[in-house]
Each structure stands twice: as C-alpha cells, then as structure tokens.
Design a protein. Structure first.
Length: 571
C-alpha cells in the first residue's frame, strides 16, 4: 500500500499545496467582490449538477430502450473517443510534467523516479475528479442502472491519466525530431475523435442504422443506393474490443456483473499504475524541456488572453507575404499586423477551429433536418460558430493587454484603432462560417436564396458580437491563465460577462429584426413582390441596419478604448 501511495514527503507536499490553495480561496471570500462572484459561481455549478441529475430523478433513461449489444458498442466508441482525446497531449507533454517552480527542487531531492511518477499520477487523479463527476452524472441519466453507470464511468475516467502518463514517458524516449513528426498523429487523432468516432457512437446508439437519422441518411443515400447498417461492419466491434472491461462495467445490468468487471478494471488499474511508476526510462532531461516550454507558453499567455500570443513563429511562416487588405495607412498597418499574427502564429488553433466547425456542421445536418431544417442548420452553424470562435479566437484587444500602453500611444483615432484591430478576426470567423454553411448547402442541394442572405448577414453580426465582447473587455479587463486559483470566482465573473453580452446581443438582434419584418410586410404585402425578392429586400434592410449598429459600436468601443487606463491592469 505504501508503494502505491508514494513517498511520505511528497504526500506532505501535496497536503501543503492543498492547504495553501484553500487559504487563498478563503482570502478571496473576505472581499465583497470575491464573495459575490464565488457565490454566483458556486450556485451555477450546483444548478449545472442539478440539470445533469434531472433525467435520473425523472426516470428518463435515454438509452434504456437500446439493445444491449448496441449500447455496449456505443459505450465502447465513447471510451475510445475519451482515450484519443487523452492521448492527444502525450506528445506535447513528453516525459513527466512537473511545474517549472517545482521541477528542479524535486529532481534534485533524494527521491526515486518511481516516487515522482506516483506523485504526479495522484495529482493527475485529483485533477480528473471534476471531469469524472461530470461524465458520471451525465451517464446516470442515460443508462438503465444509473448508480452502477456512474461508478463505472468514474473508474474509467480515472484510468485515463495512467494511459496518458505512460504514453508521455514512452514518447520521451523518442528523438525530438521523430516526436515532432509524430505530433501530426495528434491532429489526426483529434479529427478522428470529433468527426468520426463521436458521430459513430451516436449512430450505433440509435440501433446502428443510418436510416434512423433522416438528415445523415439522405446524405448517404445521395452517395449510395443503400446505407448499410453499421453493425454489419466488423471494424466497429474490433476497435472497441480493447475497452470491453470498462464497457461492461458501465453497462452492467446487475450488481454481481458490476462487481466482476470492477475487479478486472481495478486489477488492470493497479497493474498499469505500477508499470507506469516502474518504467525503466530516464525522463528527467525531457521533463526539464517540457516544463520550460510550458512555463514559456504561460508567460506569453499572461501578456494577454489570445491564442495567437502563445505560439512562436517558425522560419517558414516568417517568410510568408501578408496582404495589406486595408491599404498602407495607419488603420491598414494595424490590420496587417494583426492578420500577420493570426496567419503566422495560430495555424494550429485555426486548424482545430475548422475541425470543430465541421463537426458542428455535421451535427446541425443530423439534428436539424426536420421541418425547416434547411434554415435551422445554417442558423445553428453561424450562431454556435460566432459564440465559439468569437470567444476562442481572441485575435483582438484580448491578445494585446500587455501592450496597451504602446497601442494607446499610436497616432490613430480610437474608433479607427478599435475597428482596425477587430476587422481581421471578423473576416476570418465570417469566412470559416460562410464556407461551412455554403459547403453544407451544396452537399445537400439546398443552396437557396435565403441561405445566401444568412451568409451575407454573418459578417456584420459577427462584427457586432466581437465589438461587444471587446468593449466589455476593455471596460473590465481580466487575465485568465490556465491553472490559476479562483476557479469559482472566474466562473462567476464569466457568467456575468456572458449574461451581459447575451443581453446586448439580444438588443442588437431585436433592433435589426423589427426593420426587417417591416420591410418584408411592405415588399410582399404592399408592393406584391415574390417571396424571393421580398427576402432579398429584407436582407438588404437588415444588412444596412446591422452595419449602422456596427458603426455605433465602433464609436462606443473607441470611447471605451480612449478611457482605458493602463494603470488599472495589475497583471
């Protein structure tokens, strides 16, 4: 037992760190702002947990009627999805990841390598507790035996840190050049997980037949005369075969069956734990490089909030010629600088964003193909894409927080500076969303005039959202760094910001919708224009209104930027 729990000194270190974290949290509660944000964040977490438990208490099990074989296949594909996502970071955090402020002290202390591995494994288990609880609660409301499913998911998720750490240590033995080339497999794995494995698990859960999903079935029927059942493909059972113990653990129909598979899963957990801890690999050198790389990335992130500031420019990317799409004036130079940072430093982030939007497009086609689906899918794609990309791709003032004293000294009017800083991200997000909507419409033969109107309205809508986001950020700037303390406070602050942005966004939508409705009534009822022409008139009117709102927001953002005080940012 002592060998599993690790060195007593490292256990003492973990207790001291936990105590320090709790003390910092209590200090935050002494201020009115910290107390309000903590209560708000904690309340939202409780409501979230309650919403996850609601299907369980309501005796509504989404997969209770699914055949046992189909259910096990769906669970196996879900475990495969989690495994791929977990292993995707193994080639990034090679060796044993220890924070920079701890690694030199721990590596120079009289501790064995296996004790250090055990310490990091237990830290990883603690960090996985929240995710294990969330996934377990989700499974409870969707499985025939909720409590057994919760325990099975909890054990399964707590096994993933072992697999990830083992892969990270093994990958540390590879040469750096080979490991850099193998990182391409990480991208392929994420694409497979999001675009293939996830939808496949849903299909199998629906009795394994493509005909059960009208939208996706129609797409496949256009490509082939008949869409065969996925269960007829042996590859589905083959790729889920390694996960059988955890599949049976989650889908157990009785306590006896659960206990039998739990013994197998725990035995494998102990075996994998000791194998990872006793692996005869000297990981110290590569771990030092990993800790330095992560620390450098966090330092860059602290300069702002954007992903563009967390990457380095490669020599090949530095030679790219970036177009001056706004001319060579002051505003054009600002836009060129921001566009160059996006294209040269955030290629990986853009790739992940494109894959995510492709996955959302697939889901929108699957679930939104019923009545009005030809319009529901584009609206869902643009709505989700605006929320996701506008929040994740922070190629704006959120990426410039550490350089605001220089930016405010530029000889450019604040409103022009505000607009030029936002325009590259707006064009980028609008282009990705337009490609997704038009590509989906071409595939399913639904490229209608109304779809083109929706695509044309996307840029001013995205600009309004990004402008609101940046105006709020400039009014109350916050640095968010992964792993920082105050999770509940940040959660409460984020909830308030989201609520404010949604209210302002609803005001923008309402302001543009009323003139559009009036234009449709006048064009169709008064002048007798056809529906297609009336839709075109509505699109033009709404576009003009949105552009007017964007102009107003640019002046508001410029005013907030002019009043921004760099002394308020304490880092």
């Amino acid at each position: 037992m002592t060998a599993i729990v690790g060195s007593p000194s490292l256990r003492l270190l973990a207790r001291r760190k936990l105590h320090g974290t709790l003390v910092r949290q209590l200090r935050r509660l002494r201020t009115p702002k910290g107390l309000v944000l903590t209560l708000l964040g904690g309340g939202l977490v409780v409501l979230w947990f309650g919403s996850l438990l609601a299907p369980t208490f309501g005796h509504h099990h989404a997969l209770a009627s699914v055949e046992p074989e189909h259910l096990r296949l769906a669970i196996g594909l879900g475990v495969l999805l989690l495994t791929i996502l977990s292993l995707s970071s193994a080639l990034v955090y090679r060796g044993l990841f220890v924070p920079r402020q701890e690694i030199e002290r721990l590596f120079s202390s009289p501790l064995s390598r296996s004790d250090l591995v055990r310490y990091r494994l237990w830290v990883g288990f603690a960090r996985s507790l929240f995710g294990s609880l969330i996934l377990g609660l989700v499974a409870m409301g969707r499985m025939p035996r909720p409590l057994l499913a919760f325990c099975g998911v909890f054990v399964t998720v707590q096994t993933l840190p072992l697999v990830n750490q083992l892969a990270a240590i093994v990958s540390g033995t590879l040469e750096k050049a080979i490991a850099d080339r193998l990182r391409f497999l990480r991208t392929i794995g994420i694409v497979l997980a999001l675009v293939v494995v996830g939808p496949l698990a849903f299909l199998v859960a629906n009795n394994g037949s493509l005909e059960d999903l009208p939208g996706l079935a129609r797409f496949f029927q256009e490509q082939r005369a008949e869409a065969p059942s996925l269960l007829e493909r042996p590859v589905v059972g083959l790729i889920t075969r390694p996960f059988e113990p955890w599949v049976h653990l989650i889908a157990a129909s009785s306590a006896l069956e659960f206990a039998r598979w739990l013994a197998v899963a725990l035995g494998f957990w102990i075996l994998l734990f000791e194998l990872t801890a006793r692996l005869p690999v000297d990981y110290r050198e590569i771990s030092l490089d990993t800790a330095a790389s992560v620390a450098k990335r966090l330092r860059r992130m602290k300069r702002g909030g954007g992903v563009a500031g967390t990457a380095e420019v490669s020599r090949r990317a530095a030679r790219w010629r970036i177009p001056w799409f706004l001319g060579r004036g002051p505003a054009g130079a600002i836009a060129w600088r921001k566009l160059a940072a996006i294209l040269r430093k955030a290629r990986g982030t853009l790739g992940v964003s494109v894959v995510t939007i492709a996955f959302v497009t697939l889901l929108a086609q699957v679930f939104g193909h019923d009545d009005g689906g030809e319009l529901v899918a584009p609206i869902v794609i643009i709505g989700f894409g605006m929320l996701y990309l506008g929040t994740w791709l922070r190629f704006d003032f959120r990426d410039e927080l550490d350089r605001m004293e220089v930016i405010k000294a530029w000889p450019v009017r604040p409103w022009r500076l505000f607009g030029a800083m936002l325009l590259p991200q707006v064009l980028l997000v609008s282009g990705i969303l337009a490609a997704a909507v038009v590509g989906r419409a071409l595939v399913v033969h639904q490229l209608q005039p109304l779809v083109l109107v929706i695509v044309a309205l996307a840029p001013p809508v995205v600009f309004a959202w990004v402008a609101l986001d940046n105006a709020v950020f400039l009014f109350s700037p916050v640095r968010f760094v992964p792993g920082q303390d105050g999770m509940l406070q940040n959660f409460g602050r984020g909830a308030l910001m989201i609520l404010l942005r949604l209210l302002l966004g609803a005001l923008v939508v309402g302001t543009s919708a009323l003139p559009g409705w009036g234009a449709y009534v006048i064009a169709h009822e008064v002048f007798g224009l056809s529906v297609t022409l009336a839709v075109g008139v509505v699109g033009a009117v709404v576009f003009v209104v949105l552009v007017g709102i964007d102009v107003l927001l640019v002046f508001v953002g410029g005013h907030v930027l002019h009043r921004f005080d760099v002394a308020r940012d304490t880092g």
